[in-house]
Structure formats: C-alpha cells, structure tokens
Design a protein. Structure first.
Length: 231
C-alpha cells in the first residue's frame, strides 16, 4: 500500500489543545492547556513547550508542571480531554479569554519547557543499517470506541495477540514503514511502535507519519508522553 501523509513543518507542527475540567466526567472547561512537542532532527521528542490558561486569574501561566502531572497522575488525567483547535477556541471564549491567539501567537506565550530524556539509539546489531525503530508512548486508557477509531485511523489488521492490537505497513516518500499498536500494562498506557526502512526520498515522510500516528491515538483520549528511538 502506498500512502501519503501531509508533511508537517519540522520546527512547528500543529499545537495540541487540552481542556481541563473541575471534576472527572464534567465536560465544562475550567482551564485550557496548549502544548507543542519539541522534536530533534530524527523526529524524537526532546521536550514539550506549553502554556496554561488559568480562568481564575484570567491569564496565561507556565505549564511544565501541569504537563508532567497529566501524564503521571491518573486522577488528574481523568479531568483532561484532548480537543481540536475549534473546540479550544469555543472553550477559551467561555473561560473569559476572548479570541484564542493563532498558533504563532500562542508560541510566544510558552514560558517554560518540560525537557524529556534523550538517549542515543541502541545498535541492535541486526537488520538494515537504514532501518529505524521508534516508539510513540501514551498515558491513559483507550476505551472500546477509541480503540476501534484508532485502529481504523492506523489501518491496523488484528494479530490475535492480546498485547498487540494490530499491525500495518505502507510505503510513503520512497520509504517503507511498518507499525503496531500495543497495550502496556492493564490498559494504563499504550504505544505505537514504528519501523522505518529509509530509502532515498525526503525524510519528512517519516516525520509526517510519526505525527499522524501520534494524533490518531491522541484524538481518542490517551495523552502522548514522548517519541523515542531504539535503533
């Protein structure tokens, strides 16, 4: 199968938006979190920039601690909902912020970066020298509907393995890709593992694929934690 993903700007991909409610199950927003992954040249994640709109004070605030907490605290994460920009615009107005700045304007509000650990890829000693292995890690649960939607977006074929939901493969930009969606623990975390066999085409196809897969799962509720590279 040959697929084409829209290439995102290497320096600035679309911003991620999250609504924070006062209590679990309450869809009324109490705050808004705006984030952007900071990517290295090989599309691994080096950090997360962001800003939090605090309705009580009517101002933007540094968000590094909130970004960490929503990925580590199950109770807090139950109050977090990934949303589109359109939904964020409506919520921001309800929260008294008026018009939500365009994404270029939002980036000027990022005050503090939450750094992510980075390591050199392991040399596993097998396979093609041009093959790379990535893991997109997510925190949170993926319910039955979300799992079905993510499987459709990722074009997965079932494996029959309780730990591996499905696998898929495609060619894009002159490269070959395979990926699988995995459970980690008892549904408390998920990951998409991607193997990229790079050809002679622009490497931006790899970045676009990783971005597409991260968003496909994020839109169903789990919160992306990092993008790691193992080889």
């Amino acid at each position: 199968m040959i697929l084409i993903w829209r290439s995102a700007d290497h320096n600035h991909g679309p911003v991620d938006y999250y609504l924070i409610s006062a209590t679990a199950g309450d869809r009324s927003p109490a705050g808004l979190l705006v984030e952007e992954f900071v990517l290295c040249d090989d599309y691994t994640a080096a950090g997360i920039d962001g800003a939090e709109w605090v309705a009580e004070i009517g101002a933007w605030s540094a968000s590094a601690e909130l970004s960490r907490a929503i990925r580590a605290d199950t109770a807090l994460r139950s109050r977090v909902m990934p949303v589109s920009r359109q939904e964020a615009v409506r919520a921001f107005k309800l929260l008294g912020g008026g018009g939500l700045p365009e994404e270029a304007g939002l980036r000027t509000l990022f005050q503090e970066r939450r750094s992510l650990p980075t390591t050199s890829p392991l040399n596993l000693g097998n396979g093609s020298a041009k093959a790379r292995r990535y893991r997109i890690l997510f925190a949170g649960e993926l319910g039955e509907t979300g799992l079905a939607n993510a499987s459709t977006a990722l074009r997965l074929e079932p494996t029959g393995d309780s730990r591996v939901v499905g696998t898929a493969s495609a060619r894009a930009g002159g490269h070959g890709f395979t990926w699988e969606l995995r459970r980690i623990g008892a549904g408390i975390a998920w990951c998409v593992d991607v193997t990229a066999r790079l050809g002679s085409g622009p490497i931006t196809a790899l970045g676009a694929l990783l971005h597409h897969h991260r968003q496909a799962v994020r839109e169903q509720g789990p919160i992306p934690v990092t993008v790691e590279r193992f080889a």
